[in-house]
Structure formats: C-alpha cells, structure tokens
Ligand binder design. Structure first.
Ligand SMILES: [Fe+2]
Ligand SMILES: [Fe+2]
Length: 183
C-alpha cells in the first residue's frame, strides 16, 4: 500500500511531491522498523494541498495554530477517503487519519516520528522553495526565518533535534546570503 500511495503522491501532488517522498525516506532512516500506517501517514501527510477547493485553508505566513489544524484535518479526510477507495480496512484508515491529524504537532511516539520526518524533510528539501517566496515577495524574510525555526523547535524527539539543528543553521545562512545579495 505504501508503494501505491507513493505513486498517488507523485501523480497528484506535482507542486511538491518531493517533500512527501523525502519525508518517507527520512522516516525509513530514523525508524526503519516503523509500521505500515506510520509510513503511509508520512508519505501522504500534506496531500490536501494537491486538492484545491473552497475549504482549503490558506497559510498567513506566520505561525498560525488554526491553519495547521485545518490543514492537518483536511489532509486526514482526503487521505482517508483515498484509502477507503483503495480497499483499505477501517482500522488502517483510522490509524493513518489519526497520525495525519497531528502531523504538525506530534503527541505520542508514532505521531512524533511522523512529525520528525516532516521536519527533517522540510529543512532538507523545502528551504529553496521558501527562499524563493522571499525572492518573489510572497513572504518576508522574517516570516520564512520563523518557519525555519519552527521546523526545528517543534521536534519532540531529542535525537532528531540534534539532526535538525545544523540543518536550521544552514537554512538561516542561506537566507542571510540571499538578503546580503538583495541589499
Ligand atoms: Fe503539513
Ligand atoms: Fe509536510
């Protein structure tokens, strides 16, 4: 099922399937024993962004609890419906939905793993995307710096924060370099 989900992500989420596939790669590095529902949640956690609609929440650019809740719940619903259409049993659907609903926050060991893999992947492959938002004036440097910091500080597993700290420093250095060039 994880392979089918990866193909769904690659086919449907053209904008940033790289982040989701990369999240699964990080999960497999930090928790190679993770069960199927944890791997499924990790590789699909942001899928609502592939399905624009009137109920799609919009990120303000600042840390916004209500946005993250709406985004996580909408993703859980869309992924849950997809799993049912694939013939997944209710127990699997419920486990995956529960993890996606808290993927921005964590909360229990498996949820913390999904959130950690998301954070690692964000700082691994999404930095350039957010630097580009600064270049294009979509978000300010302060907003993007806060987003980088959030991706590190929210991690609840100490050994993973040891990994995200140098990644955060590298992301901030790239942002500083961008600002130096544009001054
Ligand atoms: Fe997310
Ligand atoms: Fe994500």
């Amino acid at each position: 099922m994880v392979e089918i989900a990866s193909q769904w992500v690659l086919g449907k989420y053209k904008h940033n399937s790289r982040h989701l596939i990369n999240s699964l790669e990080w999960l497999d590095r930090i928790a190679p024993e993770a069960e199927e529902h944890v791997r499924l949640a990790t590789v699909t956690h942001d899928m609502e962004r592939a399905f624009p609609g009137p109920d799609m929440p919009v990120w303000s650019g600042w840390e916004d609890y209500d946005y993250y809740v709406a985004h996580s719940h909408r993703s859980a619903r869309i992924v849950g419906e997809w799993l049912t259409a694939q013939g997944a049993v209710a127990e699997l659907r419920e486990k995956v939905e529960a993890l996606i609903r808290v993927h921005e926050f964590g909360g229990w060991p498996e949820a913390d793993l999904v959130q950690a893999a998301d954070s690692l992947s964000f700082l691994d492959v999404n930095v350039e995307l957010f630097l580009d938002y600064v270049r294009k004036g979509k978000f300010t440097a302060e907003q993007v710096r806060a987003k980088f910091l959030y991706s590190h500080t929210r991690v609840r597993i100490d050994r993973i924060q040891e990994l995200t700290r140098p990644m955060l420093e590298s992301a901030n250095a790239r942002l500083d370099a961008l600002l130096t060039v544009s001054v």
